[in-house]
Design a protein around this ligand. Structure first.
Ligand code: PMP
Length: 315
């Protein structure tokens, strides 16, 4: 944990995991100055512990801090905090293919302030937890998604492009309803026209049609995913045409494949997409056909164990 005071800058070090003590008038509790990151420490084939492009997470936290009027932690401080937490918890990093150690850096306005304003002091906290697959059906089962019609995740000019904690609490009501109805998660549409796909609660979305892969553009309303950026690079290297462009629900329904990307979800195949308009539902069902061809091609390069296991699992 490192703390920031305007006079003394950032200071801190490793501490045992435990509760944070906060004043009731702490800015974060009242006005929500908080951005976070999600990263995974994994074992390489040789047994070394590796983090995936942590500098991207550092840059994203800095950008989010700027948006929420918080002092951006210098990237060296961010990386040092993540690496030292990772080293201190190295024994919790599972063997390759058995999960990962999820690292959660949090930047919080911890100082007290009664009237609306930025906190007088901040904390950067990093904690870790061993995790397996994100969706309860496991990494290899294609997920069922439903297009959300009532709520939007982010508005133009808002905070959708940041990993602000406040972006996630409005998602809960929607996500719980979707889960109760049997879906893994929801796809949000753009708040202006209700026409274009934005993203899922915790991941970016891609649609594949022939040799063309489309994904919504970074227009400030979706999170610039680290995985998204890497998958775009990999897909282009593989010869796919990748377009960061508006994607309509109709196009998604007509796609050959749909998949989602994120640190937690990794790359997850979408088995079905449901869009209920009044009483009709359109189902885009690929679940009988197997995992995405795209994933089969990308995974050997990315060292994700999906290809091997998808074959073992009979896909
Ligand atoms: N969108 C949202 C809303 C997310 O929470 C995440 C997870 N950080 C992503 C997309 C994917 O980002 P990344 O690939 O950096 O994990």
């Amino acid at each position: 944990r490192a703390t920031y005071h305007p006079g003394s800058g950032w200071e801190g070090g490793l501490e045992p995991y435990g509760p944070l003590q906060l004043d009731p008038s702490a800015q974060v509790l009242n006005y929500g100055q908080s951005v976070f990151e999600g990263m995974k420490a994994q074992r390489s084939a040789k047994g070394n512990i590796v983090l995936f492009r942590p500098d991207e997470n550092a840059a994203r936290m800095m950008a989010g801090a700027d948006r929420l009027s918080m002092p951006p932690p210098p990237p060296e401080l961010f990386l040092d905090a993540v690496l030292s937490t990772c080293r201190a918890n190295a024994h919790y990093v599972p063997p390759q293919g058995k999960g990962s150690l999820y690292m959660r850096p949090l930047l919080l306005g911890t100082g007290s302030i009664l009237g609306l304003g930025p906190a007088p002091s901040y904390s950067l906290v990093v904690y870790a937890a061993a995790v397996g697959a994100y969706f309860k059906t496991g990494q290899l089962t294609p997920i069922d998604l439903i297009v959300e019609e009532r709520f939007h995740r982010a508005a133009p000019g808002g905070m959708g492009g940041t990993k602000a904690a406040g972006n996630y609490s409005p998602v809960l009501v929607v996500q719980l309803a979707a889960k109760q109805a049997g879906y893994a998660d929801v796809v949000y549409l753009d708040a202006k026209t209700d026409t274009y796909l934005e993203e899922v609660s915790s991941c970016n979305i891609f649609v594949v049609k022939g040799n063309t892969i489309k994904t919504p553009p970074l227009a400030g309303t979706i999170l610039p995913g680290v995985t998204r950026k890497s998958v775009i690079q990999l897909a282009r290297q593989l010869g796919y045409e990748v377009e960061e462009t508006n994607v309509t629900v109709t196009e998604a329904m007509d796609a050959d494949e749909i998949f989602t990307t994120g640190t937690a979800v990794v790359v997850s195949a979408v088995g079905s997409l449901t869009h209920r308009v009044s009483t009709t539902s359109s189902i885009h069902d690929k679940s009988q056909r197997g995992l995405c061809d795209f994933l089969d091609r990308v995974c050997p390069l990315a060292t994700w164990p999906v290809k091997q296991q998808s074959r073992d699992g009979g896909w």
